[in-house]
Design a protein. Structure first.
Length: 360
């Protein structure tokens, strides 16, 4: 695949708006400084240095830290105004660098209420929470998505399924571009059905695969089939796995994830309104998936991996498993148990954020 996006770095600083001119003046302001470098779409900085491997790795890290996001779309730069319709935000009415320029971590999940809970949680973990603190929905005026921010962390809901998260990601990536953000990690935190894992286990996705176990995302663009890669950022995967080892709180595995287009037939469930296969058929499919290194099933990871990779963003998917699909289809655990399971990816990602910021 061609290098469809480049991250271009140059000396810059985030513009800071007059707080009286924006309804979001409560958001944290920040300035960005950067030095020149060029990043290919896999997020790695090119270096001509022949220094030792350790020095080169350090240079890679420093370069990545200072690279600004550029879009894989030349048309946006020519637009006088960019309306992020589903966020109810516009470049003509909002100062994106002032509002979002300090963002380094974007956490996304299906449910608006879950993402609001997460922003409250991470605020406390980072010492940014205060008694009576409110975290208003930045996307006020629309019920499509919800967005919350504290410090360098943005928390965004994406709804359910590939079409919904794809819409959100287009506008999120443009938001980060207009805000002149650098060194951003995007992590989906969610729930899933496990394959051969005890309920409550956490899966960090290495590759998102389709229902035929192929590591690709297929989309029809202008009547033509376009296939893109669905690898996650391997370094980020390993960093998250190390964070789980630091915590030692729950079972965490790295594996591949099926991204299904459906909750019922697409995932081999026997309890939907339509089903023309048997329990034996289902078991054969899930066992084949397990043998192929697949550890869970959800509904967003392929387009998430594809779009983030195409746009040079470090990306990871961290999902807890609610049940072992080899043993059943319906989620029967008590609500309080599921609520604790739901917090596990949040605790893992929170530890990663704190560790990245030197707060551990």
């Amino acid at each position: 695949m061609g290098k469809s996006l480049k991250l271009l770095c140059k000396d810059s600083a985030a513009c800071v708006a007059d707080p009286g001119q924006t309804r979001f003046d409560l958001l944290t302001r920040g300035a960005l400084s950067a030095s020149s470098c060029l990043l290919p779409s896999d997020g790695s900085c090119h270096s001509d240095s022949m220094a030792a491997a350790r020095a080169e790795a350090k240079e890679h890290e420093n370069s990545h830290n200072n690279c600004l996001i550029q879009l894989a779309n030349p048309h946006v730069a020519a637009m006088k105004e960019d309306i992020l319709y589903h966020f109810n935000l516009s470049t003509s009415t909002c100062d994106f660098p002032a509002m979002f320029g300090d963002v380094k971590f974007v956490c996304v999940g299906g449910s608006p209420s879950r993402m609001k809970k997460f922003i409250r949680y991470i605020a406390g973990e980072l010492g940014l929470d205060h008694p009576g603190e409110e975290y208003p929905n930045i996307c006020v005026g629309t019920d499509r998505f919800a967005m919350y921010k504290v410090g360098p962390v943005l928390s965004v809901s994406h709804g359910m399924g590939v079409p919904s998260i794809a819409i959100m990601l287009h506008e999120l990536i443009k938001l980060l571009y207009h805000a002149k953000c650098s060194n951003v990690s995007v992590i989906r935190i969610g729930t899933s059905g496990g394959i051969g894992l005890e309920p409550g286990s956490v899966v960090i996705t290495r590759q998102a695969v389709d229902a035929c176990f192929k590591p690709e995302f297929e989309q029809i663009v202008l009547g033509k089939r376009v296939v893109r890669n669905t690898d996650m950022d391997e370094q980020l995967v390993q960093e998250l796995m190390q964070c789980s080892a630091d915590l030692k709180e729950f079972t965490t595995v790295v594996g591949n994830t099926i991204c299904s287009l459906d909750f019922y037939e697409g995932q081999g469930r026997l309890d939907g309104a339509i089903c023309f296969y048997t329990e034996k058929d289902k078991q054969a499919y899930l066992q084949a998936a397990q043998a192929a290194g697949i550890r869970n099933i959800e509904m967003e990871s392929s387009v998430f991996a594809s779009m983030c990779r195409t746009c040079g963003l470090r990306a990871a998917v961290v999902c807890v498993t609610y049940l072992d699909r080899l043993k059943g289809d319906q989620i029967t655990s008590p609500h309080e148990v599921l609520a604790e399971y739901e917090q596990r990816p949040q605790r893992l990602v929170s530890h990663f954020i704190k560790k990245s910021l030197g707060k551990v």
